[in-house]
Design a protein around this ligand. Structure first.
Ligand SMILES: Cc1cc2nc3c(=O)[nH]c(=O)nc-3n(C[C@H](O)[C@H](O)[C@H](O)COP(=O)(O)OP(=O)(O)OC[C@H]3O[C@@H](n4cnc5c(N)ncnc54)[C@H](O)[C@@H]3O)c2cc1C
Length: 575
């Protein structure tokens, strides 16, 4: 059995930031990070537009209270305001700290860190490194892991969290290289496995965003919070779905329909293209549904709208948003200096996740905590985003709560012994799980089943939802779960058997999908990203509360958790 003081699952921004903080707090601690990709290939590396903080470099009268208010309003009042306060207050120091680590931010002419406008933010407060911000930050953090001597297990797939009697004791992991299975025993375990965009058929997320950490937590009996809130980013490049960053609208791009109108005037007249993502995504979906979308040949009635940057001019496009130009050119042959970019909403972010308190400790229920289990980043729900996340607040959450959680873990493990753990039953069960996957002799390949699941979620749990449609979705999902027993794997070997990992990821997606659909069915109101055509109003009287969904093979149980309202009373949300 391998042993570490702390094992962190996930090498993205949240996991790496926590690891650095643990090492800084107590350099004697033995910390390890495990990731199924190389850490530098975590989805964080793809983050583009920036990271919010009230540095006041551009808008001098900005302050943390305004950042907190924008975040809470953006969340449709579902965010926990104590958690948001920490996020907004800590943000400037978090950026300066990144800068001291070596992150190269874009600059103003006078040398200070540049800041741009972003959707739902009332001031220009988003710091950035052109439109490759995640790349700039993650590379420095991973360099720092090496500097602090943190052990990295890359290309190991974590199969299970070991939780006994409400205490986390370690993990079970599988090495892609040769199929070796190991148990890691640890005093504290942290989950930082990112989101689940791959549960849907069009997403900005990478192939590894399969919700494994969420599924592992759910299978360990931990409830998942607010899973119904799935963010559609308004501007996925049509038809591939990859992201055209919100920074493009932050720099002044227009959204145009087939009639040549800047249609956001009808939906959010004061914010226009910089309305929050839920509102902008619905506006685009409505324009397309009303026949004002555009076809590839330029005619009306098509499946996308235009994102137009031509008026910004070549120099600004190439210096501020070069990656957006590059992606459009490489993937769909559009030269954005001279042509508008075809876009439509794409699945982007999971607001919900593993419930934590503001120290990153995982909740076991509405009142209890799991000893020694922590979570942060997109996999977690501390809830700073509530029902809808504002752009550039997620990278911020990863670094602020990564740091806080790291510090809490360092405190937690000091003077503690490693837990008692018998690894044999875990090794045996994991070995059997792999063996039985290899032994499956059905007639279905993994890819079509995964595709069917992604199509099911997109069709039955999309931008607009109703009871009837979601119930049909759950029935379909049940069929797909049964079909999982009828898959077969071509590769029966041990070396680099990526089919085994795909099969395990598909299991995660099936669990997560059921939690999303069931949570969405129970929330009979419209709030943030969750829009019910059969319940089009927000219902604070009944639903100003977080959903907690408990998974079991027999079905999902729903409970609720109160929202922390400390600063801003809920109001009607208008832009
Ligand atoms: C294209 C794109 C652009 C974005 N742009 C911005 C932006 O400009 N600003 C902003 O604030 N937010 C942005 N976001 C959101 C933000 O990037 C993410 O929410 C954030 O980076 C998530 O970081 P994380 O550390 O939680 O997880 P990730 O970076 O997703 O890392 C997850 C880690 O977990 C590991 N892992 C997962 N499952 C397992 C397993 N079973 N076993 C072992 N390891 C596992 C992975 O290998 C990986 O290392 C963007 C997102 C996308 C997709």
């Amino acid at each position: 059995m391998l042993e570490h003081d702390v094992i962190i699952v996930g090498g993205g921004l949240a996991g790496c930031r926590a690891a650095v903080e643990i090492a800084r707090t107590d350099s004697g601690l033995n910390v390890a990070v495990v990731a199924k990709t190389h850490p530098i290939r975590s989805h964080s590396v793809a983050a583009q537009g920036g990271i919010a903080a009230t540095l006041k470099n551009v808008d001098a009268d900005d302050n943390w209270e305004a950042h907190a208010f924008d975040t809470v309003k953006g969340s449709d009042y579902l965010a926990d305001q104590d958690a948001v306060e920490i996020l907004a207050r800590e943000a400037p120091d978090a950026i300066i700290d990144l800068e001291h680590m070596g992150v190269l931010f874009s600059r103003l002419p006078d040398g200070r860190i540049a800041q741009r406008a972003f959707g739902g933010h009332s001031q220009r407060r988003t710091c950035y490194a052109a439109d490759k911000t995640g790349h700039a930050i993650l590379h420095e953090l991973v360099n720092n892991l090496r500097r602090y001597g943190i052990t990295i297990y890359d290309e190991w797939y974590v199969m299970q969290l070991i939780v006994e009697d409400a205490q986390a004791k370690g993990i079970v992991m599988y090495r892609l290289l040769d199929g070796q299975i190991e148990v890691v025993r640890a005093k504290a375990v942290m989950v930082a496995t990112g989101g689940y965009g791959r549960a849907f058929n069009t997403t900005s997320n990478d192939y590894a965003s399969t919700g494994d950490g969420l599924a592992m937590a759910a299978l360990a009996g931990i409830p998942l919070e607010d899973m119904e809130f799935v963010q559609f980013h308004p501007t996925g490049l049509y038809p591939v779905g990859v992201l055209i960053s919100e920074a493009v609208r932050g720099e002044g791009a227009y959204l145009i329909n087939s009639q040549g109108d800047r249609f956001m005037a009808a939906y959010a007249p004061s914010k226009m293209e910089l309305a929050p993502r839920d509102i902008t995504s619905r506006a685009i979906a409505r324009e397309i549904a009303a026949g004002r979308g555009i076809n590839v040949d330029g005619s009306a009635g098509g499946p996308f709208v235009h994102l137009d940057v031509r008026h910004l001019g070549k120099e600004k496009i190439m210096s501020r948003i070069p990656f957006a130009w590059e992606e459009s050119h490489r993937l769909v042959g559009i030269d954005a200096v001279h042509q508008p970019i075809p876009v439509r909403p794409t699945i982007h972010y999971s607001m919900g996740g593993i419930p934590t308190n503001t120290s990153g400790q995982v909740r076991s229920s509405s009142s209890g905590l799991i000893d020694g289990l922590f979570a942060a980043g997109e996999a977690a729900c501390v809830s700073v985003h509530g029902a809808n996340r504002l752009g550039s607040n997620s990278l911020l959450e990863c670094v602020v709560y990564g740091k806080i959680t790291g510090a809490a873990i360092a405190r937690f493990v000091s003077n503690r012994k490693l837990p008692q753990l018998d690894d044999r039953p875990y090794l045996q069960a994991a070995g059997q799980q792999i063996q039985s996957l290899l032994a499956l002799s059905g007639n279905m390949r993994i890819q079509p089943l995964r595709q069917a699941l992604q199509d099911c979620m997109t069709e039955y749990c999309g931008v607009f939802r109703t009871q009837e449609v979601m119930q049909a979705g759950l029935a379909k999902l049940q069929e797909l779960q049964q079909q999982y027993q009828q898959i077969y794997l071509d590769d029966k070997g041990k070396l680099w058997n990526t089919e085994i990992v795909e099969a395990l990821e598909l299991r995660s997606l099936l669990v997560v999908a059921q939690l999303i659909l069931t949570s969405a069915l129970h929330r009979q109101e419209s709030r943030g990203a969750h829009y019910r055509e059969d319940y089009p109003q927000r219902e604070d009287a009944n639903f100003l509360k977080h959903t907690l969904a408990y998974y079991s093979p027999a079905g999902i149980e729903i409970d609720y958790l109160p929202v922390q309202i400390t600063m801003f009373e809920p109001q009607e949300r208008k832009y």
